[in-house]
Design a protein around this ligand. Sequence first.
Ligand code: T5A
Length: 216
Amino acid sequence: MNFPGRFITIEGGEGSGKSTLIAELNRFLTNSGYSVLVTREPGGTVFGEKVRELLLEEKKDLRVGLLAELFLFLASRSQHIEEVIKPALISGRVVLCDRFNDSTIAYQGIARGLGRELVEDQCHLACQGVFPDLTLFLDLDPELGLKRRELAEGKPSEKDRIENAGLFFHESVRKALLFLAEENADRIHVIDASFPKEVVLEKSLRILQPFLKRTS
Ligand code: T5A
């Protein structure tokens, strides 16, 4: 579907710097005259934020099956598209979204093992024809990402249910995202997130600015 706005997604492992980069991009693009909407997945709506709590909560007796997990992410997504993303794109805004389909394919489809095709098909159903125009993938060694999260808290922090899935799982996620980036090289741009924040921002803008100028 073609909209006047542009849909940009930011992907990456835990603590790879997505929220930090999105805040900087928002500042830069807003100062450059764009109308920007910052949002995230799971979440982005009142309903989606409730689903997020359910998905990330780590609780002793709480069990979430693989398909239940997938459908919760997609329930949040379809509501998010209908209520927030599609209207913003129709009104010509630049949407910066923290995670989207590539996360679902990497986490649920490949790392959890549900199967890429099954997950891709369900993502298509949930997305109702709304797909990212461009994706920045912040690539970082998962061990470093998880350490950054701890440093941010100033102490070893409580991990959420998905962070707790272990290093091997997060390494599979990274491999899956790199694989998706290779397959979708025209849309997904890999950025080495081990560089300092300013460098990550500069590299991202070098991709984003010409894209927005070219397609606006
Ligand atoms: N999930 C999500 C699925 O399994 N399937 C799905 O379909 C979707 C949508 C969501 C969880 O759900 C899973 C993936 C996740 O496990 P989340 O909040 O999006 O949760 O996930 P996180 O990646 O854990 O988000 P974080 O907020 O923890 O990480 P960010 O946003 O990537 O990192 P950020 O910006 O908060 O930075 C972390 C720390 O590093 C510093 C920052 O200052 C901060 O202290 N930092 C840097 N330090 C050094 N150099 C840099 N370049 C830095 N950039 C940031």
